[in-house]
Design a protein around this ligand. Sequence first.
Ligand SMILES: NC(=O)c1ccc[n+]([C@@H]2O[C@H](COP(=O)([O-])OP(=O)(O)OC[C@H]3O[C@@H](n4cnc5c(N)ncnc54)[C@H](O)[C@@H]3O)[C@@H](O)[C@H]2O)c1
Length: 384
Amino acid sequence: MRVLILGGDGYLGWPTAMHLSARGHEVAVADSYLRRSLCRENDCDPLFPVPNLHERMRLWKQHSGRRIDVTVGDLTDWAVMAALVQRLKPEAIIHYAEQPAAPYSMLDRKAAALTLHNNLGVTFNLIQAVRAFVPDAHIVKLGTMGEYGTPNIDIEEGWIDVEHKGRRQKFLYPRQAGSLYHTTKIMDTDLLWFYVRVWKLRVTDLMQGPVYGLTTAESETRDDTSLLSFLNYDEMFGTVLNRFIVQAVAGYPLTVYGKGNQIRGYLNIRDTLICLRLAVEKPAAPGELRILNQFTEVFSVNQLAQRVHDVGRKLGLDVTIKSVANPRIEAEEHYYNPAHHGLLEMGLTPTYLTDDLLADMIERVIPHRDNIVAERFLRRITWA
Ligand SMILES: NC(=O)c1ccc[n+]([C@@H]2O[C@H](COP(=O)([O-])OP(=O)(O)OC[C@H]3O[C@@H](n4cnc5c(N)ncnc54)[C@H](O)[C@@H]3O)[C@@H](O)[C@H]2O)c1
């Protein structure tokens, strides 16, 4: 299939591009380097540098013999989006191209405005471009489990049947996000759902949990880091388990926010790629908004910290755990029971977080220990 990946330079975007290319899909990527420039502006450089998209494309071609089409441009600019979709005529479009950090979205007015305009702007332009140039194309959009929040009832897979005064109707499951970033994801879902109803678009919205991991089958084809995704370990852009791994290697306490009983659904980056491939290869029907909850295991922050502590100690690292004042406004103890059947039924075989896998992540970070800047771990970006 012809697959266009918006946000193809990102933590998930580049590994997805190689994964789909390796399986014979004709892949194109587009990115504005927003993530790189926000990291640079905010002193959040990743653990090791990675090549730019054109260089990545050349390395991948050398290795696989397969070409990935590269466009560098801002997809909130209609001219960029329109030209891209018109030229490539993709059959599937994966939309990763958003500002994905909750703490960044809560930093100040400017960061909040950027997050709002950027995320909704790309989603809106994509919808318009699909309608104008490839109305049968399948949009695969990355949402987040954070859209649901932590309600005191079971979380369903996107939809809920409501019975009210003797009548029934299926609705989008209620959403109540914990940051402005997550709120933009809810707004994206609402936009998509509206245009699915009126224009019969084909859409899959993947409610993904926090992703962890460094290597994928395709990046392991080289001994160096040149095909790896970047790894952020800072408070702003680093997801929790990736941050704990780097803290363990640095000999810095694993920083648990508040009581640490915040529970979320997590998945390995390798499983993200498989979920995306399954969604692309089994498209939603015209007029369908298919919502899939994309995670494989549920952990509290305390459980993750304890696992990294235990494995790190076995490897001879001086790992400690420290509770710090929670910068976020969130429930630190809550009910959490989210459904996640759809992707398993479509063929996902989960990669579980074993001790061996944690040890492997730690061992791959150790050679980069000298790059770690400890001040990046705790920036105290507060929600209040
Ligand atoms: N990583 C996770 O744990 C996680 C969890 C749940 C959901 N998600 C979602 O998955 C998607 C990808 O996440 P990620 O971790 O790879 O983030 P990322 O920041 O690494 O990737 C997003 C990419 O999109 C690009 N981008 C952003 N705005 C753009 C624009 N206007 N024009 C062109 N390119 C633009 C960025 O430069 C970046 O390379 C995001 O939508 C995110 O919200 C990620």
